[in-house]
Design a protein around this ligand. Structure first.
Ligand SMILES: *[C@@H]1O[C@H](CO)[C@@H](O)[C@H](O)[C@H]1NC(C)=O
Ligand SMILES: *[C@@H]1O[C@H](CO)[C@@H](O)[C@H](O)[C@H]1NC(C)=O
Ligand SMILES: *[C@@H]1O[C@H](CO)[C@@H](O)[C@H](O)[C@H]1NC(C)=O
Length: 526
């Protein structure tokens, strides 16, 4: 996944985690709401939002962008401190540590309106997001140790660092993130943080399994439609997948699918394959290439092969599957779908309007930081839900309010598979596979009543479509003498896929399923 969506999605996830931890604690934050809410400098932005329901009082306020040019400073009235001034200096790189250099943000607070109040700020570029909070009237500094890449430095020189004043009630949320950040570290420590998080919050076990940790597969035993479930546990991707797993209840974080051509050669179809430009796209590549990349992957992937049941394989129309796959080649990974399938999960799990508030906080911040990207990520999807065109986020909010609908109701309108976005049809990794199954006839006459974009990875591996007789699994499967119901082909830890191969497809499946940690109970026929 390229960096920009990655950062946005990570943020959304981080806030979700922080937020859920925060639910129990928010009452302990020793600030009264009155300290903050009436003082928000609303004139700064969003006149429309004033008429939107009370959640608006909980939204971040965009203060402005701080550029390093001309020694310019930004002045504004905060919620707690009425006099604030800030400027940004670019700092040269350290002599011991040559690099791009960093930045130093000076922020001066004065005229507190009460002794106990504080102001909480988020500072964002498309490459990073950081935050700080101020209790006392004095000069503060915030240092950006080093820019991520030249592009970030260029961005900051031109557009500046965006400053947002946050509702102080979000302090608990942000503080709780400190526990989550190690998940992203590409070290043994980071990997252990991921394992510990998944054990604690999802009841995962991560038992070491006997060798071989890497199977040598015989392509003759693999068939079109066989499903690959991947679980990454280290580094940037590991941390991302851990949070994704936690939100969706899935014990795998990525998927791909096997395809055989007419000459019997084995291929892998994958949505979310990174091309040379760093974009995540849909590809079909030879098995050997996919396997080599997987073995090289520094996120320590664990991989399972879930062969289709022979009866399902019998129905599988390989020509139609290839036709579908070819029609999607080179198309972008489905960020639109991904966001909305998570939000769906959210909407069922958290009391409104807090869930919607959280989503819209992140969306509104990103709208300021990267308007074009925001339009593509969610404005289109929200317009489709309203049946409107080209409204921006604020227009969407206004229209939603006019219809007497709450924002969370809007968010939970299910995605339709036939919606086409301006960057073309797009699918997430798992929607790509299920759409291929749909095309290949796996769902038979139910196909018209299944919206694959509503499926998470967990929803896919719990479908009863896979081999249920272990004696028919290929001989190179390391099933540890019957301990595993599927074929694990890579990884030192035994993969778990709770509920694997148990749910028969039914009409309108997964359009209304909650998934609440830590047990993720699923009502039947939801
Ligand atoms: C930049 O602003 C700071 C504080 O306002 C001031 O002390 C400094 O002299 C200014 N530098 C230049 C080059 O104008
Ligand atoms: C398989 O799919 C192809 C292409 O969609 C179609 O022409 C063919 O009739 C299908 N075969 C069967 C047995 O349904
Ligand atoms: C499993 O497959 C084997 C080999 O095909 C067969 O002999 C056996 O009866 C099957 N078991 C069940 C429970 O279907």
């Amino acid at each position: 996944m390229s960096r920009k969506p990655f950062l946005f999605l990570s943020c959304l996830l981080l806030l979700l985690v922080g937020f859920s931890v925060d639910l129990g604690q928010s009452l302990k934050v020793p600030f009264s709401v009155d300290d903050v809410l009436p003082m928000l400098p609303r004139q700064v932005s969003w006149p429309v939002l004033n008429s939107f329901h009370s959640a608006v009082d909980l939204l971040p306020v965009f203060i402005g962008s701080l550029t390093p040019n001309n020694n310019a400073s930004l002045e504004w009235k905060g919620a707690c401190f009425h006099g604030n001034e800030a400027r940004l200096d670019i700092t040269p790189s350290d002599r011991d540590d040559p690099g791009l250099g960093g930045g130093l943000l000076h922020l001066k607070t004065s005229e507190a309106h009460s002794l106990t109040c504080m102001d909480l700020y988020v500072f964002a570029t498309p490459y990073r997001i950081t935050w700080d909070y101020y209790f006392s009237a004095r000069d503060h500094t915030l240092s950006f140790d080093s820019w991520e890449e030249t592009a970030e430095l260029d961005y900051v020189k031109e557009h500046g660092v965006s400053v947002f004043l946050m509702p102080s009630g979000m302090l608990g949320t942000l503080l709780s993130l400190i526990d989550v950040l190690p998940l992203f570290s590409n070290t043994a420590w980071g990997e252990n943080a991921n394992l510990a998080f998944l054990k604690k919050h999802m009841g995962a076990t991560f038992e070491k399994r006997p060798q071989p940790w890497r199977s040598v597969i015989n392509p003759e035993d693999v068939h079109s439609g066989d499903f690959l479930a991947v679980s990454k546990i280290r580094g940037r991707w590991g941390g991302f997948e851990t949070l994704e797993k936690w939100v969706t209840g899935g014990f795998a974080g990525h998927t791909a699918v096997c395809l055989k051509d007419d000459l019997g050669r084995l291929w892998v179809g994958e949505s979310g394959h990174e091309n040379e430009k760093g974009e995540e796209i849909i590809v079909v590549i030879p098995w050997d290439e996919w396997w080599a990349l997987t073995l090289k992957d520094n996120s320590n992937p664990q991989v399972a092969l879930l062969p289709l049941h022979p009866d399902v394989r019998g129905k599988f129309n390989n020509t139609a599957a290839w036709e579908y796959a070819r029609s999607m080649l080179g198309k972008p990974y489905g960020y639109h779908n991904m966001i909305f399938s998570w939000i769906d999960t959210l909407g069922d799990n958290y009391p409104p309007p807090l869930d919607a508030h959280l989503v819209i906080s992140v969306m509104s911040m990103w709208t300021r930081v990267q308007p074009a990207y925001a339009a593509n990520m969610w404005n289109e999807a929200l317009n489709k839900r309203l049946g409107t065109e080209d409204l921006d986020l604020y227009g969407i909010l206004e229209e939603t309010a006019r219809r007497g609908m709450s924002f969370d109701e809007l968010l939970t309108i299910p995605e339709q598979d036939e919606w086409v976005y301006s960057d073309g049809k797009s699918t997430t990794c798992v929607a790509f596979i299920l759409a291929m199954y749909k095309a290949a006839g796996v769902f038979g006459p139910l196909a018209d009543h299944i919206q694959v974009t509503e499926f998470t990875i967990r929803d896919a591996y719990t479908l009863r479509l896979f081999e249920d007789n272990q004696t028919r699994l290929p001989s190179w499967c390391n099933t540890e003498k019957g301990k595993l119901e599927f074929c694990q082909i890579l990884g030192e830890y035994r993969m778990e896929l709770p509920g694997y191969n148990t749910i028969d497809p039914y009409p309108n499946m997964n359009e209304n399923c909650p998934s609440l940690p830590p047990y993720y109970e699923r009502p039947s026929k939801c």
